[in-house]
Design a protein around this ligand. Structure first.
Ligand SMILES: CC(C)(COP(=O)(O)OP(=O)(O)OC[C@H]1O[C@@H](n2cnc3c(N)ncnc32)[C@H](O)[C@@H]1OP(=O)(O)O)[C@@H](O)C(=O)NCCC(=O)NCCS
Length: 345
């Protein structure tokens, strides 16, 4: 049996943060300038009482409403988040109960950001193809807004909250006529970049900040050490180093070249980043998906959201090969090829 994506659904919080609101707060960045630089016009922001599990449950409920799978058939839940409801228990346990998934279901959280969806596909493939599970629910759910200081425009303009639910099922494939539905994979890790996208305080190393002082950077952005800090320039350089190499390695491993790939969906970091990657790797514009304008960078959910939208609009069709590449916080990255099949939305 092979692992194959059977459905993707997603859920965004109701509240929208527009460029107009951000420009009113940060007067030297107009709405047009933010749009031009980031490719984002609005992001969805979770309510104060709305957490990763709430968005995750709603994304999964949408998936079950589509009748593609019954909740009692789910035998493994993989939940990717860096903003869990609690340190313990896992958000996966909370979601298993709220969704009424079987108690015979395996469930775990894993802590990854922008590479998380692709890592999740790799884990799901391992579970399915070693016979440990038949219906894996891969959930990516993130509420970075809770880490963001309201006076830090460097991150407020980029990140949005959201969750996606992806069903990965065991299917019989005739290997003579079709390549495998998911895979192979390229993985990468370079923890030297840990400090460049970080929430320094709040974990066990420093439970509570020793000084509560506000820090302001040279651009006037303000944050405390319990807020998210992003060194955009360093992340940009890392991405331009790592992603083209990962794409080359993946193509070499598959024996494909870019012409054999129908669509390329990178982590939707921001437009500036994606434009540079597209040019550097020489990906034709009509194959390259940019899909963050009304959602922002939703971290681990950007790729499933982009895939779901591309399928819904008819841009992604049955039988096509899609290259997906996740990269970011860690640093961590991963790439794979998906053979899209009917029902994948
Ligand atoms: C964040 C990022 C877009 C900033 O771009 P940059 O060119 O390095 O930014 P700089 O600070 O050098 O500023 C260059 C110009 O862009 C503007 N700018 C920077 N960030 C901006 C933003 N978010 N919105 C609008 N304008 C922005 C600056 O004001 C400056 O404008 P000016 O030339 O008129 O003075 C870029 O570094 C990047 O893409 N980094 C990766 C970050 C990322 O994607 N993180 C998500 C996790 S994967």
């Amino acid at each position: 049996m092979k692992a194959s994506i059977a459905a993707i659904t997603y859920r965004l919080p109701e509240a929208v943060l527009s460029n107009d609101e951000l420009a009113a707060r940060f007067s030297d960045w107009s709405p047009e300038k933010i749009q031009e630089k980031t490719g984002i016009t609005e992001r969805h922001i979770a309510r104060r009482d709305e957490c990763a599990s709430d968005l995750a449950v709603e994304a999964c409920q949408k998936l079950f409403e589509s009748n593609i799978c019954r909740r009692e058939d789910i035998d493994y839940l993989l939940l990717c988040t860096q903003t869990p409801d609690y340190f313990l228990p896992t958000t996966a346990c909370v979601v298993q109960d709220r969704l009424g998934l079987p108690t015979a279901c395996g469930a775990l959280d894993f802590n990854l950001g922008c590479s998380g969806f692709v890592y999740g596909l790799g884990l799901a493939k391992g579970l399915v193809e070693t016979g440990q599970a038949k219906n894996v629910l891969l959930v990516t759910a993130e509420t970075y807004s809770k880490f963001i200081h309201e006076n830090d425009r460097s991150v407020r303009t980029i990140f949005g909250d959201g969750a996606a639910a992806t069903l990965i099922q065991a299917v019989q494939i005739d290997e003579e006529i079709s390549d495998e539905p998911i895979g192979p994979f390229i993985y990468g890790t370079d923890g030297r970049g840990a400090k460049n996208l970080i929430v320094p305080v709040g974990g066990m190393r420093e439970r509570v900040a020793s000084d509560s002082g506000m820090q302001a950077d040279a651009f006037g952005n303000e944050r405390t050490s319990a807020n998210i800090y992003m060194n955009g320039g360093e992340i940009f350089s890392f991405t331009l180093r790592a992603v083209p190499k990962a794409v080359d390695q993946l193509l070499e491993k598959t024996g494909l070249d870019l012409d054999d790939v129908d669509l390329v969906v990178f982590h939707q970091a921001n437009r500036y980043m994606l434009d540079h990657l597209q040019k550097k790797i020489k990906i034709p514009e009509d194959k390259f998906v940019i899909a963050m304008e009304q959602v922002g960078n939703t971290v681990s959910s950007t790729i499933p959201i982009a895939l779901s939208d591309a399928a819904a609009s008819g841009r992604l069709k049955d039988g096509q090969r899609v290259m997906v590449v996740g990269f970011g916080v860690g640093y961590s990255w991963a790439a794979t090829i998906i053979r899209w099949r009917m029902g994948c939305q």
